[in-house]
Design a protein around this ligand. Structure first.
Ligand code: ATR
Length: 297
């Protein structure tokens, strides 16, 4: 892998705003992208204590000429108050994870959704015309639902521990995607029966944090009958590399993927927005190897 150019008086700054940020993989990813592209840029993680500090950081950074930011938990919504423009899919999802400096202020984007779309293409998971079950109805589910509807899923079942939250999420998308059938279920209901009505061959996207390190045995859904209906299981968790959910999917005969490619491609999309470039799959593959080693440390 190429090394970054030496810092000089013209080196551009990018960064991450969130709390906490100490374990983020984004600095690794973005600094290596800059090295691969030969761009004179550096990317740092900034731990922002609260929303008051967020406002100061955003305006201060603008005054200092910072070129862009990623925004992570818990500020993906709060940051929208400070933007000059927000792209349509970020408005639909209700969250911004990328800021780009423009002449008249910060512009906001959501790259979680295009990141997931590219990851699904990369892994050759076809969504168009398929049945998708979304596990969870939080922030991550929002971008995932938007992605699968954009990709033309025929049917989506939003399955959440709290059904009302699944309903609220579905409601935000039903009008915009009338061609897709969108249903909701609570985990205390007969969701397996509901899925069986439409047959087998389901694709599951696991969007909750259940199963994330150190809770490595955690499973949002334990029923074996659920896993038997899946051909593909996609987990947004990437640590551990093989989650309990993925093991269940594979034991039932399905293909399983972790969230590392989604993380990679959302970062790549941010870099593309900041720099007006396109990053090919070869560079993506190189970065992926490095990220695996980084997380394995
Ligand atoms: P994020 O923004 O990371 O998606 P979130 O908004 O807090 O985080 O959403 C977490 C999701 O994980 C929710 O769908 C949550 O279910 P509830 O809406 O019922 O809270 C789900 N979740 C969290 N812990 C869970 C558990 N032990 N079992 C099943 N679902 C769980």
């Amino acid at each position: 892998m190429k090394s970054n150019r030496e810092i000089n008086a013209r080196t551009g700054l990018l960064g991450l705003l969130g709390h906490p940020v100490a374990h983020s993989v984004s600095p690794y990813l973005q600094n290596h992208l800059a090295a691969i592209c030969g761009d004179d840029l550096r990317y740092l993680a900034f731990d922002i204590e609260d929303e008051e500090a967020l406002e100061d950081a955003i305006w201060g950074a603008y005054a200092m000429g910072v070129k862009g930011f990623n925004v992570t938990v818990p500020y993906k919504k709060a940051v929208m108050d400070y933007l000059e423009q927000v792209e349509e899919n970020a408005l639909q999802i209700g969250a911004v994870n990328t800021l780009k400096r423009e002449a008249d202020g910060w512009y906001g984007y959501n790259t979680d959704m295009p990141g997931l779309i590219r990851a699904l293409h990369y892994d050759k998971v076809q969504i168009e015309g398929k049945k998708v079950v979304l596990i969870g109805a939080g922030g991550a589910a929002n971008a995932a639902l938007c992605a699968v509807l954009e990709m033309g899923a025929a049917e989506v079942l939003v399955l959440n521990r709290t059904r009302t939250r699944a309903e609220q999420l579905a409601k935000r998308f039903i009008v915009k995607y009338p061609k897709s059938r969108i249903r909701t279920r609570g985990m205390d209901q007969d969701f397996v029966g509901c899925m069986r009505e439409s047959g087998t061959d389901w694709i599951a996207l696991q969007t909750t944090s259940v199963g994330m390190h150190p809770d490595v045995n955690g499973l949002a859904i334990t029923e074996d009958d659920f896993y038997k209906l899946l051909t593909v299981g996609y987990d947004i968790i990437f640590n551990p590399a093989e989650t309990a959910f993925m093991k269940k999917v594979e034991a039932a005969g399905g293909r399983a993927y972790n969230g590392l490619r989604m993380l990679l491609f959302q970062g790549i999309r941010s870099y593309e927005i900041w720099n007006g470039v396109q990053i090919g799959d070869e560079a993506a593959e190189e970065l992926l190897q490095g990220m695996r080693e980084q997380i394995g440390k």
